[in-house]
Design a protein around this ligand. Structure first.
Ligand code: PLA
Length: 422
């Protein structure tokens, strides 16, 4: 017996068969971050990455906001220690993050009825929310996501133990919001279902409801006793205005909804890798908030114990200093404006200069970081392989990856792909 084991161990194939992980299947690359990997492996100087939604400046370079640089200097000058943060993070930061989202005048904020915790950026906020709902939501744990939605929403909520379903959102024929379909699906959802709403700059479609439509959605959510869970990953990126982009969240709260909210500071402060975010729940009163806070800690502690310090300190330095805040607001607006100007240029190049077949008006009308171009999966594949232009297979492009130097290569490549000439 022992000799047999030794004999088996002596050959490489036998070693393989003995491995604990031999039955683990290879998984597919991530639909968004996998695009970055393919882009990095491409050595062509013309290559363009329009996959991940990360802002790039006019030279195609990652951009560290001036307000962030100043905040970082302030933090460094204060020579802070490296002690652990509390489980729910930097208290001053979470207070200011909630104020940014809900508005200083928000009634539950003033009453001390919003439970808020720092999170590992927006993804972590969604995951804390999923886990908290999985444990404490008193009704059926079914969450409705817009179709389509950010690709990570489904695994986040499924891995949190929720049942994931979809509601209609995108109308292919109009390249706009399927408002009637959305309302019909929410009406047909069982009472008390959870509904995930992109607060602004819907990813991947770039299509947001109007204020009037948000009001109707709020009424419908109330009528059907649905539970609204907002994902606000792009506050400021849609219109360039922090308060405008918070319209939906603030309207729902003013209408008495108890919302859940995931916030990310990745895009609006350019703090991507610092992983700064917040998760909050509107509760009935300070006593209930304290109970919810205690359970948020119980959800978080076994996941990662407590959140990282540095990014929260930077964000808090900006949010708590009037001058830095004003400078940051201007920078958010300038990022949003550069994206809008790229939309304009791309539309004009495709429509007027190249006379590319098809209707491209949606490039101008869509909002936020992304444009849902309508390019097909085979076209996106050809663009990557033949033109070194990378985007997600659903035809989504990160507008922020375009600039005056690469937009011509992009537009002519798209033109060739659409004509079947690539
Ligand atoms: N929610 C939405 C709607 C998002 O688009 C993203 C990021 C997040 C949450 C989470 O971001 P965070 O954890 O970095 O705060 N979406 C990106 C990146 C920008 C990604 O996929 O991770 C995207 O390219 O779609």
């Amino acid at each position: 017996m022992l000799t047999a084991v030794i004999a088996r161990r002596s050959t490489p194939t036998a070693l393989r068969a003995l491995s604990t992980w031999s039955a683990v299947p290879a998984g597919p690359p991530d639909p968004i971050l996998g695009v970055t990997e393919a882009f990095k492996a491409d050595k062509d100087p013309r290559k363009i990455n329009l996959g991940v939604g990360a802002y790039r400046d006019e030279n195609g370079k990652p951009y560290v906001l001036t307000s962030v640089q100043k905040a970082e200097e302030l933090v460094a000058a204060s020579k802070p220690d490296k002690e652990y943060l509390p489980i729910t993070g930097l208290a001053e930061f979470t207070k200011n993050a909630a104020k940014l989202a809900y508005g200083a005048e928000s009634a539950p904020l003033k009453q001390g009825a919003i439970a808020v915790t720092q999170s590992i950026s927006g993804t972590g906020a969604l995951r804390i929310g999923g886990a908290f709902i999985g444990r404490h939501y008193p009704k059926a744990k079914v969450i409705y996501l817009p179709t389509p939605s950010w690709g990570n929403h489904t695994p986040i909520f499924r891995d949190s133990g929720l049942e994931v379903r979809g509601y209609r959102y995108f109308d292919k024929s109009t390249v706009g919001l399927d408002f009637e379909g959305m309302k019909a699906d929410l009406k047909a959802a069982p009472e008390h279902s959870i509904v995930l709403l992109h607060a602004c700059a819907h990813n991947p479609t770039g299509i947001d409801p109007t204020h009037a439509q948000w009001k109707e959605i709020s009424d419908l959510v109330k009528e059907k006793n649905l539970f609204p869970f907002f994902d606000m990953a792009y506050q400021g990126f849609a219109t360039g205005s922090i308060s405008n982009d918070a319209f939906a969240v603030r309207h729902f709260v003013a209408e008495g909804h108890q919302v859940a909210l995931a916030q990310s500071f990745a895009k609006n402060m350019g703090l991507y890798g610092e992983r700064v975010g917040a998760f909050s729940l509107v509760t009935a009163d300070p006593e209930e908030k304290a109970r919810v806070d205690s359970q948020l800690k119980i959800v978080i502690r076994p996941m990662y114990s407590n959140p990282p310090l540095h990014g929260a300190r930077i964000a808090n330095a900006i949010l708590s200093d009037a001058a830095l805040y004003a400078e940051w607001e201007t920078e958010v607006k300038s990022m949003a404006d550069r994206i809008i100007s790229m939309r304009e240029t791309l539309y004009n190049t495709l429509t007027h200069d190249l006379k590319t077949p098809g209707e491209w008006g949606h490039i101008k009308s869509q909002i936020g970081m992304f444009s849902f171009t309508g390019l097909t999966a085979p076209q996106t594949k050809a663009l990557a392989e033949k033109a070194h232009v990378y985007m997600t297979a659903d035809g989504r492009i990160s507008m922020a990856g375009l600039n005056s130097k690469n937009i011509e290569h992009f537009a002519t490549s798209v033109d060739a792909a659409v004509r079947g000439n690539l």
